[in-house]
Ligand binder design. Structure first.
Ligand code: ZN
Length: 160
């Protein structure tokens, strides 16, 4: 069976940046299982998965536009150290929930200088090419219920 709309695919992946650093990998864990065609994985990877079958191995380079987006300057803010009440040690890379008019977003500390803290609400991989090495493990038909819910049930998915 080939990956297409209304199929559920399982795959192993290794994700590296352009410097060759491994950012994420399913190695040593269960494969990632997703419902194809509904945006459950980044668009560039979903496109590359189309038509593949179990056993296929391939590499794909996904641009930021088809990955986690390009950095948005609006999501970068500089706030005084005093804004972090109750946090003793602030370090670069720490993550916080920030309240915005659009709801809570996850931000990370990008820089600390002169008592001012730069926080960045962009996805950590925004602006980066995503280099995936993929191995398709399994492809099956999605159930009606999975298609209705827009996600996978059972192994690797929701249990409800
Ligand atoms: Zn469901």
């Amino acid at each position: 069976m080939q990956i297409a709309e209304r199929t559920v695919a399982s795959f192993h992946y290794t994700l590296t940046n352009d410097a060759g650093t491994v950012i994420d990998s399913s190695s040593g864990t269960d494969p990632l299982t997703y419902l194809h065609g509904v945006g459950n994985i980044v668009p560039g990877l979903e496109k590359a998965m189309e038509g593949r079958a179990a056993g296929d191995k391939f590499d794909v380079k996904v641009s930021p536009e088809e990955g986690y987006g390009t950095p948005n300057e609006m999501l970068i803010q500089v706030v005084p150290r005093e804004a972090f009440q109750g946090v003793d040690d602030i370090e670069v890379g720490m993550q916080f929930q920030a309240q915005t008019p659009q709801g809570a977003i996850s931000v990370s500390v990008a820089k600390i200088e002169d008592g001012m803290v730069t926080v960045d609400g962009n996805h950590p991989l925004a602006g980066q090419n995503l280099n995936f090495a993929i191995e398709v493990v399994d492809v099956r038909a999605a159930s009606e219920e999975e298609v209705t819910h827009g996600h996978v049930h059972g192994a690797g998915g929701h249990n409800h």
